[in-house]
Design a protein around this ligand. Structure first.
Ligand code: TXA
Ligand code: MG
Length: 348
């Protein structure tokens, strides 16, 4: 299949949005930017489009897709009920990097939802995604636009790398602003339950709707102790090894001086080192990549997947990473990094 590249820089937004929307309505697959990561979109009401999405990603079809909408009115036909707390969350965080789980109606095909009776819905804030979704008469099912298991895509170049020849069109736009996937909150439970940490934090959610639960399968402890799969994460996608570059990733945790000593004692020319600007000159060899300054955690979040992908091009055989837990958005970064590392962490 030839993949058409739709350049946002070369077309008025409304023309591009309409074209992409028509492709989606006609059963084609279109990769598009969002504020979190790029998405691989298809008609969310068409079982055949869901099948094509799973095939293009190489993804197990028991892993349900998020439906993306451009307007709140598009939510009503998809869900059986909208709890009051969900209304409050929408007022506070939509459009934005928040996905909510609802009980689904029969309009949503089981193929899109991995056979579950619930559906995940999100309204992105990215202007291109919004224009496309508002121009589209159907909700758009979209997983992250990466091959299954690989780090999510935060740049058009990543999407082309993974999906060129596998989708009908890719929208070429700027880098995703946040760089980590949306927060997922299950509104079918009381209290609601956090299924995937993201840019919108538990604390921010609790300021709006009071206490929420956290799925025990997504905590740092369960990933590190390899109990996360046994605990059956409520978001099926959280059970897979994920976000992973080709080389194995090892997270080294502890006081900086111990971490530097440990990594330096093992470094070879084919060792990748994932660090921060402040430490990059303190390694004796290897392929050193910084995700950003320790003073700017959002920059580290923004660059994480890009740096993990870049390691693949360098031919490194193993990657040692620092632990980013001590910084603000650190728990979310660590959730993704530890999944990439298959829970492999060494305390030094
Ligand atoms: O930021 C994002 O959410 C991006 C952009 C493209 O919107 N999308 C994304 O999709 O990350 P994906 O498919 O890579 O991750 C969706 C996650 C998976 O872990 C999936 O298992 C979970 O959401 N999920 C989807 N529907 C669900 C449902 N009904 N119940 C529980 N988990 C669900
Ligand atoms: Mg994904």
């Amino acid at each position: 299949m030839t993949t058409e590249i739709l350049h946002t820089a070369e077309m008025p937004l409304d023309v591009l949005a309409k074209k992409a929307a028509e492709y989606l309505e006609n059963g084609k697959l279109v990769a598009f930017p969002t504020e979190t990561v790029y998405g691989l979109g298809g008609n969310g009401l068409d079982p055949e489009a869901a099948r094509k999405i799973y095939e293009a990603k190489g993804r197990p079809s028991d892993n349900p897709l998020i439906l993306h909408i451009g307007d709140r009115s598009q939510l009503f036909p998809l869900v059986r009920e909208i709890p009051e707390k969900a209304e409050k969350m929408m007022d506070a965080f939509w459009p934005g990097p928040l996905t909510m789980i609802f009980k689904k109606t029969d309009l949503v095909p089981k193929e899109t939802c991995g056979g579950l009776s619930t559906v995940a819905v999100r309204m992105p804030s990215h202007e291109t995604a919004r224009a496309m979704l508002q121009a589209c008469s159907v909700p758009v099912a979209a997983p992250s636009a990466n091959l299954s298991g690989r780090p999510s895509t935060t740049k058009t170049a990543h999407v082309i790398e993974d999906l060129s020849g596998r989708v009908d069109a890719i929208i070429d736009d700027r880098e995703a602003d946040i760089g980590l996937e949306s927060t997922i909150l299950d509104m079918t439970q009381e209290p609601p339950c956090l299924l995937r940490p993201g840019y919108i934090t538990k604390e921010q959610i609790e300021q709006v709707i009071g206490p929420v639960d956290v799925d025990p399968a997504i905590t740092r402890e369960s990933i590190v102790n390899h109990t996360n799969e046994v605990l059956h994460p409520k978001a099926p996608g959280m059970k897979y090894r994920h976000y992973a570059p080709e080389a194995p990733v090892y997270v080294i945790s502890g006081p900086t001086k111990n971490v530097l000593r440990y990594i330096n004692s093992r470094v070879t020319p084919v060792t990748g080192i994932l660090t921060v600007d402040e430490h990059r000159n303190l390694f004796f060899g290897g392929v050193v990549r910084s995700a950003g300054s320790i003073k700017d955690p959002e920059q580290i979040a923004h660059n994480l997947f890009d740096v993990l992908r870049e390691f693949d091009k360098t031919g490194v055989k193993a990657i040692y990473s620092e632990d980013f837990t001590d910084i603000d958005i650190g728990t979310v970064i660590m959730n993704r990094l530890l999944k990439a590392a298959g829970g492999n962490i060494t305390e030094v």
